[in-house]
Design a protein around this ligand. Structure first.
Ligand code: FE2
Ligand code: FE2
Length: 190
């Protein structure tokens, strides 16, 4: 049975977390996120890395769309994409596999919020698969001088465009739950 609130909380459409999932951030708001516990600081650092990585790939795509050489796009974007896919997948595995189960136990009240973040990971995982396939198709087309290389590049670029807002939404919402939780329950989370 589908809950009518599911749609409002879907990664593709929501504009942030609902109030009942923001009580931790209310207790420990963003403007006080200084001198964070090491785990929280590292978490934010990882997220900053993903935002930077996404922006870097967006920049490469923009240069190509503005008339740049497709060979430059290929040479720079493929390794950037490989590294992005690998790191993001690894990050999500650690979150969903280790930290989220621990956080559920420590803070049962945020269970629905953790469910939402896990669902986000599933959605993003689908995007990462599509990115992988699009990247591979572009790479193969370039390697074999295929006439449709530009089409493949365009498809990859469109997939990157489509995935970016979802990733950025997820990173921000996850921080709103995880960073205050780590701070407020710092005796239990290391
Ligand atoms: Fe995540
Ligand atoms: Fe994360």
């Amino acid at each position: 049975m589908s809950d009518p609130s599911d749609e409002a909380l879907a990664l593709a459409t929501r504009r942030g977390l609902p109030p009942e999932m923001l009580y931790l951030r209310e207790e420990y708001p963003r403007d006080r996120w200084t001198a964070l516990p090491e785990v929280a600081a590292f978490w934010l650092q990882m997220h900053a890395g993903f935002r930077g990585h996404q922006a870097h790939m967006d920049g490469l795509v923009s240069q190509w769309r503005a008339g740049g050489d497709i060979r430059d796009l290929h040479r720079q974007l493929i390794p950037a994409l490989q590294s992005f896919l690998q790191h993001l997948d690894g990050h999500h595995r650690i979150e969903s596999g280790q930290y989220f189960p621990m956080m559920r136990k420590i803070e049962p009240r945020i269970g629905a919020g953790i469910d939402l973040l896990d669902r986000d990971h599933d959605v993003i995982h689908g995007t990462l698969d599509t990115l992988f396939q699009s990247g591979l198709a572009f790479h193969q087309a370039m390697s074999s001088n295929a006439p449709d290389a530009a089409d493949r590049a365009a498809r990859l670029a469109d997939t990157l465009d489509a995935g970016a807002p979802q990733l950025l939404r997820h990173l921000e919402d996850e921080e709103d739950i995880v960073i205050p939780l780590i701070h407020l329950r710092r005796d239990q989370i290391r």
